[in-house]
Design a binder for this molecule. Structure first.
Ligand SMILES: [Zn+2]
Length: 393
């Protein structure tokens, strides 16, 4: 591709070693809950330490550390590769055609839980550090790897690292983007709404206040709001926000007018929206219902909130990431938005310009027969290596 400074380092990427690292990581069960990320962290720490790279494990919960490694340190890294060590549960095992932890390679693809989300990215990041070390890379500013625990259950690991003072000039979050450069992702707001009425004998429903009927009216108002309002909002990279009623529960027994019904709402936010504004919109809809049904009461509880995030295309990390992909794949990937939620929000909100970039297909994550192309895995290691050299060289 004619970038001699970078090419020398790309040649150090060892495809067999990269696949071996991924297979070893997949075989280490880090299903969260409970996580057990120490298994993956110990393995990665061993590889890096044997190569002479300083590694630190920071315990977040017993048996659940974050791992931090640095090349050319100490000091604040110019660039940090960030990836999560935990994986989501296997689901119904009978839906898998392979053992989810055997890391079988079939037709050029590594199968297993976490192969795409996100142990492929992590393996490529580890290989990048090993290759750079082998090649005698001498960064002018430090390059770091932060492998976190607890991403799949509320971004615990990155939140902990930031609280403990982790900082970086820029960061790359490894998630399955098909090696596209993602500069925005949606935020999430999770709330629970409980409607309260009054019980009565079901033979005399007029004597009670039926919380299920009240909730049914609210559900339809929320659905109308999603269709008539949220669908009209647009963000260039991540499309429209959304609202979905995702669970419902209530009632006492067959012959009792129910005094209680609860729903949970999953609201996805686009850049420009905040969890606070989204919450107050839901509050307004609930208030409207209560004004129409004065006998009913309702309250809203916050379950989860993480804001959306977006970085400017002018940020160095965006420019370098696009250039790195171009060096390896021969074409500029441009920028796009990420459909799912990840650690980018926490990093951007801490003032660290961040992109999401990694091997794998997001639609294969969180499902049976999750798998990752070996070719794309090796390309990812090269992309990360090019990015490290462009940024810290
Ligand atoms: Zn992930």
């Amino acid at each position: 591709m004619g970038v001699p400074l970078v090419d020398r380092f790309l040649d150090e990427i060892d495809p067999d070693e990269t696949v071996q690292i991924l297979r070893s990581l997949v075989k280490l069960d880090t299903v969260n809950p409970p996580g057990n990320e120490l298994r993956a962290a110990s393995y990665i720490a061993g590889l890096l330490r044997r190569a002479g790279i300083p590694v630190e494990l920071m315990e977040v919960e017993p048996g659940r550390p974050n791992l931090y490694a640095i090349l050319g340190g100490p000091g604040t890294p110019k660039l940090t590769f960030e990836g999560h060590m935990d994986v989501v549960p296997v689901g119904s095992e009978e839906r898998w055609s392979v053992d989810p932890f055997s890391a079988e390679v079939v037709d050029g693809r590594v199968y297993g839980r976490g192969s795409a989300d996100a142990k492929g990215s992590l393996a490529a990041m580890v290989e990048t550090l090993l290759a750079l070390k082998r090649a005698g890379f001498n960064p002018s500013e430090p390059l770091a790897l932060l492998a976190v625990m607890g991403e799949e259950t509320g971004n615990m690991g990155i939140r902990h690292a930031l609280k403990e003072g982790f900082r970086s000039g820029m960061a790359v979050v490894g998630e399955p983007t098909g090696l596209e450069v993602k500069t925005a992702h949606k935020g999430v707001l999770g709330v629970e709404v409980t409607a309260r009425g009054r019980t009565a004998h079901a033979a005399m429903p007029w004597a009670g206040v039926n919380a299920i009927v009240g909730m049914a009216k609210l559900v339809l108002k929320l659905e109308e709001f999603d269709r008539a309002v949220l669908k009209t909002r647009q963000s260039r990279l991540v499309g429209s926000p959304s609202l979905a009623v995702t669970t419902i529960g209530g009632g006492v027994k067959r012959n009792v007018v129910p005094d209680r019904c609860s729903i949970t709402i999953d609201r996805r936010l686009i850049p420009g929206e905040t969890p606070q504004t989204a919450l107050s919109e839901i509050q307004d809809i609930v208030d409207k219902l209560l004004s129409e049904e004065p006998q009913l009461k309702a309250d809203i509880g916050l379950l989860y909130a993480d804001p959306p995030s977006e970085v400017s295309e002018n940020e160095e990390v965006v420019q370098f990431a696009r250039k790195a992909v171009k060096i390896v794949r021969g074409r500029d990937p441009g920028v796009s938005g990420f459909e799912a939620h990840c650690d980018m929000g926490a990093l951007v909100n801490a003032g660290i310009p961040t992109v999401i970039l990694g091997p794998g297909d997001l639609s294969l994550a969180h499902r049976a027969d999750e798998n990752l192309s070996v070719e794309e895995l090796v390309e990812a290691a090269k992309v990360y290596t090019a990015l490290a050299v462009l940024t810290c060289g």
